[in-house]
Design a protein around this ligand. Structure first.
Ligand SMILES: *Cc1c(COP(=O)(O)O)cnc(C)c1O
Length: 378
């Protein structure tokens, strides 16, 4: 990696920042098209909850719409209202958290559709439709094994026995969510598909949606009528253990503040958890756990300094990390230079693995102090 290639230090905001976060909207669009290709004729929605997994919904959603996305999912009503403000009515917006996310009237006023997660929500939406004197669009979520949101078995029974409760609801999708889609060999995948088919057979005919990012790669049986990928759009590997079919989207470059020489008489960082083995050069970089550079990366993370991989030594602190740059030239390891902390050669998944977490958490933790640069997306 060329450490300074993406950093425009003529921009004063970039020059002041401790780190630069570059988000490649062309890669997001390519990832969307890649998933569409995998799906063939099946439609592909885009999940942009949690500010598009931390990457900025205001920039990411229009790029996805330009790539062809017409159906969006968010978790919360507030997110849906912000998204609706960005788009005229031709995109459909669904709120996964359902009517628990806010008042019925605000869904109607905002022209955003709830994912109805219980019989109580179905009844409330049907009542709103009666009051409005017209059918109101919604999706209905059936819990087929994740035990989190959606109609549990007994409520599915009750609905199947009294389908009239759906009167007035314009049932756009029956939806369910996989618990183990990232593990193709897990028996729960086929079991959830079986239960979902059985549920559909007992309910009014409606298009169906089951697959998240990883679910798309479980094969055509799981595609149904609409897929709902999130994380794969943002470059995280939906097929763990296999080569990543997605393009890396984020690049995080942290700025070196200081470089020092220490020897075996010295330790590094809080708790003195790292002791130099001999003469050592330590570079201090202006990124810490307050920026979402997780503390679990202490003595485990790494960075690229030019073409050299350098380890994080000592604890991650709030605003700083320390790298062992002993092997690097003084020209490369100098105050003001940038190191790559996430990027093409240090994927989100690799950082997550070192931190003992998943790519989702790395992305949604990306800090507010980073100077953000968006590339492409036209
Ligand atoms: C978050 C979420 C998705 C997207 O999942 P990814 O694994 O990020 O692709 C799809 N459906 C539901 C119900 C979700 O909560």
């Amino acid at each position: 990696m060329c450490p300074s290639e993406a950093v425009d230090l003529d921009d004063p905001a970039a020059a002041r920042a401790g780190a630069i976060l570059t988000i490649d909207l062309d890669a997001v669009a390519d990832n969307y098209r890649r998933l569409c290709a995998e799906l063939g004729a099946v439609a592909c929605a885009a999940v942009v909850k949690a500010d598009a997994y931390g990457l900025g919904m205001a920039r990411v959603a229009p790029a996805l719409a330009r790539a062809g996305a017409r159906t969006f999912f968010v978790a919360q009503l507030e997110e849906a209202i912000a998204l609706r403000a960005m788009f005229p009515v031709e995109v459909e917006i669904y709120v996964l958290n359902g009517l628990g996310a806010g008042p019925v009237a605000e869904f109607q006023a905002g022209r955003v559709h709830p994912v109805l997660n219980s019989l109580g929500e179905i009844d409330a939406w049907a009542a709103a439709a009666r009051a409005a004197g017209r059918a109101l669009p919604a999706a209905v979520h059936i819990d087929t094994g994740i035990s989190r949101l959606g109609l549990p078995d007994d409520e599915l029974e009750a609905l199947a026995a009294d389908r009239g409760r759906l009167a007035g609801i314009d049932l756009r999708y029956l939806l369910s969510h996989l618990a183990c889609a990232d593990r193709p060999e897990h028996p729960l995948n086929a079991e959830q598909l079986r239960r979902f088919r059985a549920a559909r057979a007992r309910l009014p005919d409606a298009p169906a949606s089951l697959a998240n990012s990883s679910g798309i790669f479980l094969g055509a049986d799981y595609h149904l009528d609409l897929a709902r990928p999130g994380v794969a759009l943002y470059g995280v590997n939906p097929t763990p253990g296999q080569p990543n079919p997605m393009r890396q989207v984020v690049r995080l470059q942290g700025k070196i503040l200081q470089v020092r020489e220490i020897d075996a008489s010295r330790t590094v960082g809080y708790g003195a958890t790292h002791r130099a083995a001999g003469p050592t050069r330590i570079a201090t970089v202006a990124v810490g756990y307050a920026d979402g550079y997780l503390r679990s990366l202490s003595n485990r993370g790494s960075a690229w300094l030019g073409d050299r991989r350098v380890p994080v030594v000592g604890r991650v602190s709030m605003d700083l990390i320390t790298l062992d740059v002993t092997g690097a030239s003084a020209e490369a390891a100098r105050p003001g230079a940038f190191v790559d902390l996430i990027g093409a050669d240090l994927s989100t998944d690799e950082v997550a693995e070192a931190a003992g977490t998943i790519g989702y958490e790395i992305l949604t933790s990306l800090g507010r102090r980073y100077h953000r640069v968006y590339r492409g997306g036209r």
